[in-house]
Design a protein around this ligand. Structure first.
Ligand SMILES: NC(=O)c1ccc[n+]([C@@H]2O[C@H](COP(=O)([O-])OP(=O)(O)OC[C@H]3O[C@@H](n4cnc5c(N)ncnc54)[C@H](O)[C@@H]3O)[C@@H](O)[C@H]2O)c1
Length: 225
């Protein structure tokens, strides 16, 4: 199923699960990976608000797979055998062209040949569809999603235990998290995936991905993307 097909089914499932979390574990860190994340996170926020237990610092949409894809595909192009040595921020949403890999902000810096750039951005944005097609009805990107879920959940847990300096982009409710107002203003949206510094209380602060001019496919922040 595409993320759109999933909406009707997963919206109801997520609503029910979050209602239960609100009742039995209202202070839990909630990491939503069920697609479409662009919608299931706002649904979760509304359910938590209605139950009067919404803490935006503890609600995360898991967009890590987009980062894993960006780092893996860039590593392939530049000949780096260990993608985990690259850090590439991916911001925006978690669906097709809402996924904005900021390749010019890679650390260490990378050079992508001009003729490979567009296909690279497209593959990061639509990698999920590529997997669904390849599996031909037999499922989604299950293993890479499991890895991405593990990578993000582990960081949240390590930060909860006091480790400092852990940053990973996540889809959060901007007006409710430290540093989020500026990004909400710049983007014109309330929910956005941005680099999140994690701490014992969840979102410690979010950083505004650099604005200004980007190459095609990168985040044109400030233009309502
Ligand atoms: N965020 C991401 O990067 C990303 C990537 C790929 C897939 N996904 C999403 O992750 C989810 C799982 O994908 P999958 O390929 O593992 O699907 P799947 O069909 O293999 O697994 C779904 C599981 O949910 C269980 N389930 C169904 N209804 C439920 C309910 N009411 N309460 C509790 N559990 C219920 C099913 O029994 C099944 O075990 C989907 O929503 C998919 O779209 C997210």
């Amino acid at each position: 199923m595409t993320r759109d097909d999933l909406f009707n089914i997963n919206a109801g499932i997520v609503k029910g699960l979050i209602e239960t979390i609100a009742e039995v574990a209202p202070k839990a860190f909630i990491l939503v990976i069920s697609n479409p994340v662009n919608s299931t996170v706002p649904i979760s926020a509304e359910v938590l608000k209605a139950k009067k237990v919404f803490n935006p610092q503890r609600l995360f949409g898991v967009t890590t797979l987009d980062i894993v894809r960006a780092e893996t595909f860039v590593a392939e192009i530049v000949g780096e055998s260990q993608p985990q040595k690259l850090t590439i921020p991916v911001v925006g949403g978690h669906s097709g062209e809402t996924i904005l890999p900021l390749i010019s902000k890679a650390n260490p810096a990378v050079t992508i040949p001009a003729d490979k750039y567009e296909a690279l951005v497209n593959r990061v944005q639509f990698g999920g569809d590529e997997v669904v097609k390849a599996k031909d009805g037999a499922g989604s990107a299950t293993l890479s999603m499991a890895y991405a879920g593990f990578r993000f959940a582990e960081k949240v847990l390590r930060a909860a235990k006091g480790e400092k300096g852990l940053v990973e982009p996540s889809y959060v409710y901007l007006p409710g998290v430290p540093g989020g107002e500026a990004v909400a203003k710049a983007t014109g949206v309330d929910f956005f995936s941005v680099p999140v510094e994690l701490g014992p209380n969840g979102v410690e602060k979010v950083t505004n991905p650099p604005g200004g001019h980007h190459r095609a496919g990168e985040g044109a922040l400030g233009q309502g993307c």
